[in-house]
Ligand binder design. Structure first.
Ligand SMILES: [Zn+2]
Length: 302
């Protein structure tokens, strides 16, 4: 099967909405990538939104469902491209993180490989046909089925592209979340970006990610916060009329440090904390048991 591609956005009729199901194949395995293109009536940038790179993260998927219905092409300047569910097999297979077709995490295989497994081919298609055509690339996630989370918006501090990075910071601020996260950007030339929006950042595109929602639920507060963030960003880009009274940039908290704690062994983790709890070094975070309920280890904060 020849790989399908999207039409050139500049050839599309202003004021019209297009949709296409891109398909790709590896042996007998087929993957689909749904793409909606809303072509505005005025000149403007290409703003791309991707949801469902992780198919069990429902709040982002529901938010873009609503945005696709609400956003009017006749009020839009530029082009809005929406991938409502990037990992269709993960979504319909109710699979956290992984694509059940090849057991890979789509958000760890960017920039992808046109000759690789189905997730790698999907990542390659997103890189070459979706990311590359974007001026702004927004990848929306949530805490997955097993993840508690505080909603936040984030970008990479890529010092090689100061203009794009400063726009990413502006869009992060105007999104209206309480928590804004800035990741350092350091990638060796030989290192793959792994993450979709890190790949976009590497390509010199203004890229951001929202994390809103958690634990495999449709958290309507997070759906609303995500939609407001998109409207705020589109208004900041002068692509859409600002909606009244939705921007909240007061009392924001900027975070730029992270710590990851690896489990000392296989088992079941019981957290004694919830997302948002404040902790100090040495504090007990939870414990791990084996499948018989026997405590194996205590986990403390580094
Ligand atoms: Zn995710």
């Amino acid at each position: 099967m020849a790989q399908q591609t999207l039409p050139a956005y500049q050839d599309l009729t202003p004021g019209k909405v297009y949709q296409q199901m891109l398909t790709m194949k590896e042996g007998t395995t087929v993957a689909e990538l749904p793409v909606r293109i809303i072509k505005g009536i005025g000149e403007g940038p290409v703003f791309t939104i991707v949801a469902g790179i992780h198919g069990y993260e429902y709040a982002p998927i529901v938010a873009v469902q609503q945005l696709m219905v609400e956003i009017r092409p006749e009020k839009l300047k530029g082009t809005l491209v929406i991938v409502p569910v990037a990992n269709m097999a993960g979504f319909y297979g109710r699979s956290i993180f992984y694509n059940p077709q090849d057991g890979k995490n789509l958000n760890r295989v960017f920039p992808g490989n046109p000759e690789g497994t189905i997730s790698e081919r999907l990542a390659h298609l997103i890189t070459s046909d979706i990311i590359s055509r974007s001026n702004v690339f927004l990848d929306i996630h949530a805490g997955d089925g097993n993840e508690d989370l505080l909603d936040f918006v984030c970008y990479y501090d890529n010092k090689q592209t100061p203009e794009q990075t400063s726009l990413a910071r502006r869009l992060t601020k105007c999104a209206g979340f309480k928590y804004n996260v800035v990741y350092p950007f350091s990638l060796q030339a030989s290192q793959p970006a792994e993450y979709a929006f890190k790949q976009a950042t590497r390509q010199g595109i203004t890229a951001l990610s929202i994390e809103a929602g958690k634990l495999g639920g449709v958290e309507f507060k997070s759906v609303d916060a995500t939609k407001k963030a998109v409207y705020n960003m589109l208004a900041e880009m002068k692509m859409y009329e600002p909606l009244a009274g939705i921007k909240n940039t007061e009392n924001q908290i900027w975070l730029n440090g992270q710590d990851y704690i690896k489990s000392p062994g296989k088992g079941i983790f019981y957290s004694v904390l919830k997302s948002g709890d404040k902790i100090i070094a040495g504090q007990k975070l939870g414990f791990i048991t084996d499948v018989f309920g026997t405590k194996l280890a205590e986990i403390t904060a580094p």
